[in-house]
Design a protein around this ligand. Structure first.
Ligand code: XMP
Length: 606
């Protein structure tokens, strides 16, 4: 994976068009490492991510260093480490999660495997409210935890600053050395005072000055596009989503319509009305050259009989590359005059293991081998690869793009294929103390690693006042082999009669999902609920009774950037209305409601 790291187009370009970073975030493999850098940037301080083992001399001149979380255990051979010379320098250091454990380990403390994991919301009790990191903050505060290993003895010179009921050393510090460590994640939105904690470190302990505002990046971005593209032209495979549209619009603005071409490949895996939406984008983006290529049958044939999520992604990615190759040849993009433009954003590269130590959660279609080769050959421009979704939206607004485009919910590249679950064989639901275990697996992320585990169904959709999501988190921490929990919103048969049916991806199933998704989209738009959530995947699962072998899962989530997410309660009337309409679809047996946060589940089911 190391090839991605330094050769990432936007990475190298950004290095030339941004200030010298005041803060270095050392990447110990956590999916949150870029989120930390971004949160620091949100404070107005430019930060960059570097490999954890970066030699200390390369960190000279930085005002502070943050060591990120990661999926490893400090005692595992080959686990990420930092140059020990770091601790001979006067530079302030903050360790987060694995970063805290690594500091403890390298400086003479003890780290041990916990009895059980601590994933999700927790409450922190400050022992020393005067500590520089927590100054003026409440003695009890909500934080976000995602760990199994724990520091059991801080190194000499450190004192314990805060604890949770499950974790004694939730924060430790040696303020005279300006060394701090937190077991929780101040960079995620669920840690209520995370911003203040990071701000205390960055602005007060490190003494950084404000030098960063993403809204002022447009001229730098244009300059970097010009430099990357040179005298060549750019062709885009646009998806109609925010990222590829903003990247496309940026290149159009920079290079002019004669040098930028946009092609939309209709995979047959898009939502209802998507091709028309894209067709209407041409005039909005002030370009006539938006071409639509119908590849519906090709994708369906390539996916026939496929069940495994990673295989689906691989097949879709490869088919995309094949079609791209054909278009490239037939359009004369092959010669050196043309390069590929992509709307890849930061989380896309992170979750595909885009940094050296990140374990792969999901393979992103912008990072399949064919594209990888183009990237290595310097024939890809990804102007947004350092930006997060909300920053891309800010840029879209700066470019004058309409709100209807800028505010679109994200939609995954592999489209409805990864929302249409399949099963190899028929199996009954299994009764357990907590509910029913579905013999179906979905993707999750626990302690920075990918999981592929079973789904637990709760019998009823409990009363809205119950804190379902908290109960779901607690259940998953307790149950082995389960990473997702759903409740029944409506059903036309009892759970004991339901089964999972052998099923594959087919045109009929994708069409049924498209219909279900369109119903949900129409009703949520009419009620305004769509503006209250970040994304609302609708998933088809092969669960039901003979004659009605399908069910639909609703997954509305709050998120800031897709890195973490919260399951959202829906108004009961809207839920009832949606359930009624979905149950009226012929083969639909039940409607489920996904109660799981990310982590431990991911937003998509696959
Ligand atoms: P997960 O499911 O990983 O999703 O929590 C996080 C965000 O990424 C989107 N997503 C994808 N987008 N190609 C994409 O372009 C993919 O393969 C892919 N997988 C997930 C997802 O919709 C959510 O917004």
């Amino acid at each position: 994976m190391s090839a991605v790291w330094p050769s990432n187009a936007a990475g190298t370009v950004a290095a030339r068009s941004v200030p010298d970073p005041q803060i270095a975030v050392l990447d110990a493999g956590g999916q949150y490492c870029h989120l930390i850098a971004r949160k620091v940037r949100e404070l107005g301080v430019y930060a960059e991510v570097l490999p954890s083992e970066t030699p200390t001399e390369r960190l000279r001149g930085k005002k502070g260093v943050i060591i990120s979380g990661g999926p490893s255990s400090v005692y595992e051979p080959g686990s990420p480490t930092v140059d020990p010379a770091l601790f001979s320098e006067p530079v302030p250091v903050l360790g987060i999660c694995y970063g805290l454990q690594l500091m403890a380990h390298l400086l003479g403390g003890t780290v041990e495997r916990g009895q059980k994991g601590e994933y999700g919301l927790a409450f922190l009790e400050l022992r020393d409210p005067t500590d520089p990191l927590f100054r003026d903050l409440p003695v009890r505060q909500q934080i976000w935890m995602s760990h199994r290993d724990t520091v059991t003895k801080p190194p000499a010179g450190f004192r314990v600053v805060a604890s949770t009921p499950a974790c004694e050393v939730a924060a430790m510090s040696a303020p005279e050395r300006k060394w701090f460590g937190v077991q929780f994640h101040p960079e995620v939105a669920h840690t209520i005072y995370g911003r203040e904690i990071l701000s205390h470190f960055v602005l007060e302990v490190c003494g950084c000055h404000r030098d960063w505002d993403p809204r002022r990046r447009l001229p730098f971005l244009e300059e970097s596009i010009r430099r990357t593209v040179g005298a060549r032209n750019v062709f885009f495979f646009t998806s109609g989503g925010v990222d590829s549209s903003v990247a496309f619009a940026l290149c159009l603005k920079t290079l002019g319509p004669d040098r930028v071409r946009g092609i939309f490949v209709d995979t047959g895996l898009m939502r209802e009305g998507e091709t028309d939406f894209v067709r209407a984008l041409g005039p909005v983006l002030q370009t006539g050259v938006l071409e639509i290529v119908d590849a519906r049958q090709r994708f369906l044939s390539a996916l026939a009989g496929v069940r495994d999520p990673e295989q689906k992604r691989r097949i879709i990615g490869e088919e995309f590359v094949r079609i791209q190759q054909e278009i490239i040849e037939s359009h004369g993009f092959l010669d050196e005059e043309w390069i590929l433009g992509q709307g890849t954003i930061y989380p896309d590269t992170i979750e595909s293991g885009g940094t050296e130590k990140a374990s792969v959660i999901k393979t992103h279609h912008n990072r399949v081998p064919g594209i990888q080769r183009l990237i290595e050959a310097g024939r890809v421009v990804e102007p947004l690869a350092s930006f997060y979704k909300d920053e891309v939206r800010q840029l879209g607004r700066e470019l004058g793009l309409p709100e209807a485009l800028v505010e679109r919910h994200p939609f995954p590249g592999p489209g409805l294929a990864i929302r249409c679950l399949c099963a190899a064989s028929e199996a009954a639901l299994e009764r357990c103390d907590e509910g029913w275990l579905l013999p179906l697996r979905s993707v999750g992320v626990q302690g920075d690693s990918r999981t592929y585990a079973r789904v637990l169904v709760l019998d009823q959709y409990p009363a809205p006042e119950a804190n379902l999501q908290a109960a779901a988190t607690e259940l998953i921490n307790r149950l082995h082999g389960v990473n997702r929990i759903v409740a029944v919103a409506a059903k036309s048969a009892p759970l004991e009669a339901m089964r999972v049916f052998a099923s594959a991806l087919s045109e009929e199933r994708v069409e049924l999902l498209r219909r279900a998704d369109a119903i949900v989209r129409a009703l949520t738009a009419a009620s305004g609920f769509d503006r209250q959530v970040w994304q609302f995947p609708v998933i088809l699962i092969p669960v039901g009774v003979p004659g009605r072998p399908e069910s639909v899962v609703l997954r509305p989530v709050h998120s800031v950037d897709g890195m973490t997410a919260q399951s959202v309660n829906m108004p009961t009337e809207l839920l009832d209305e949606i359930a009624r309409e979905l149950l009226a679809l012929d083969p639909v047996c039940a409607i489920f409601y996904d109660l799981t946060h990310k982590p431990p589940a991911t937003i998509e089911w696959e």
